[in-house]
Design a protein around this ligand. Structure first.
Ligand SMILES: [Fe+2]
Ligand SMILES: [Fe+2]
Length: 330
């Protein structure tokens, strides 16, 4: 049902490919260089449109799939207050998904097509959400590291050249900052608690540290989309630059908590003012991306089931819309 009529929508744009003149491309780049925002109805190169559809829809899918590891802990939150905070956080993530799907729709792709691409495995989402949340300390660590890394990635997107995406990111970033704080606050409590609670926090950091660093994507030399995205001002900083910023900000926070970052090569370099770090296991990243992470199958199965379970809601909304239109046409 959800793939219906979608290819047609993609065709006119695809037909435009290759018909762009050097003058059009030059004028477009001049607008970007002048820091003008590109809006939905403006002319844009086909590759720019496709890059944004890919990036924004992946971002939306990540928000939606990212609700799963935390949703798993809603019934087991240790206090009513923690439960209310976690519930609000997860609802924010659903909202982020919706703003982002709407921003991508302005580029001419339908919501149905994006959802279909997620469910049939064609579209990717952030590899971090294929790791399990095993203890309550994982909920703190996800907020601290995963939302923390998301903020680092997303703040520069508030200045992205595509207007609808950049505007969606402003509100999202404000909410992500609350997410990061609620996670850190859970860890402050655990690290000031019993030895067992502190050990639980350390164990969570040991498991989430490296996957969090992978969230910034492959190293610059291996990142195939980076250079063009930087020229179009979709990206403002390279993957490695953002990863470094994240490490520099996060290591002192781990020290404040009294936790040890699981990297023996981690050291502050006085000459550069940055932390040096060990090698990231890119093979693990590629394996998870290829669908072989600890929870890939579980996450997709749950999303597909949620989509099927929601069929009656979509049907009812459609029936209502048809009735409403008929009433107003009469
Ligand atoms: Fe989010
Ligand atoms: Fe978040």
């Amino acid at each position: 049902m959800y793939t219906q009529g979608l290819d047609q929508k993609d065709k006119p744009a695809a037909a435009g490919q290759g018909t762009e003149t050097p003058e059009q491309l030059e004028a477009f780049q001049a607008r970007i260089d002048a820091e003008e925002k590109i809006e939905a109805k403006d002319w844009m190169p086909e590759a720019y449109r496709r890059t944004l559809i890919r990036q924004i829809s992946q971002h939306a899918h990540s928000e939606i799939i990212g609700m799963q590891p935390e949703g798993n802990w809603l019934t087991r939150a240790p206090t009513l207050k923690r439960k209310a905070i976690l519930l609000a956080k997860i609802q924010d993530e659903a909202g982020h998904g919706l703003y982002l799907y709407s921003a991508a729709e302005t580029l001419g792709v339908s919501r149905d097509q994006m959802v279909a691409d997620l469910l049939n495995g064609k579209a990717k989402y952030s590899s971090i959400f294929n790791y399990p949340a095993l203890t309550w300390a994982d909920i703190g660590t996800i907020g601290w590291l995963v939302d923390g890394a998301a903020i680092m990635n997303q703040i520069p997107l508030c200045r992205c050249s595509y207007g609808p995406y950049s505007r969606a990111m402003i509100r999202i970033c404000k909410e992500e900052s609350f997410h990061q704080r609620q996670g850190f606050d859970i860890l402050v409590s655990l690290c000031n608690g019993t030895d067992k609670q502190k050990a639980m926090a350390q164990d969570a950091l040991d498991r989430w540290w490296w996957p969090s660093l992978m969230m910034f994507g492959p190293s610059d030399k291996d990142s195939k989309h980076s250079a063009q995205s930087m020229a179009w001002k979709i990206k403002r900083f390279s993957n490695d630059e953002l990863r470094q910023k994240f490490i520099d900000v996060t290591v002192p926070q781990a020290e404040f908590l009294g936790l040890k970052v699981p990297d023996d090569k981690l050291a502050f370099d006085e000459s550069t003012g940055h932390y040096r770090h060990g090698e990231i296991d890119w093979q693990e990243f590629l394996d998870v991306l290829a669908g072989n992470g600890p929870c890939n199958r579980q996450r997709m199965a749950k999303r597909c089931k949620a989509h099927d379970d929601g069929a009656w809601v979509r049907e009812a909304a459609r029936a209502y819309a048809t009735k409403h239109t008929a009433k107003h046409a009469a």
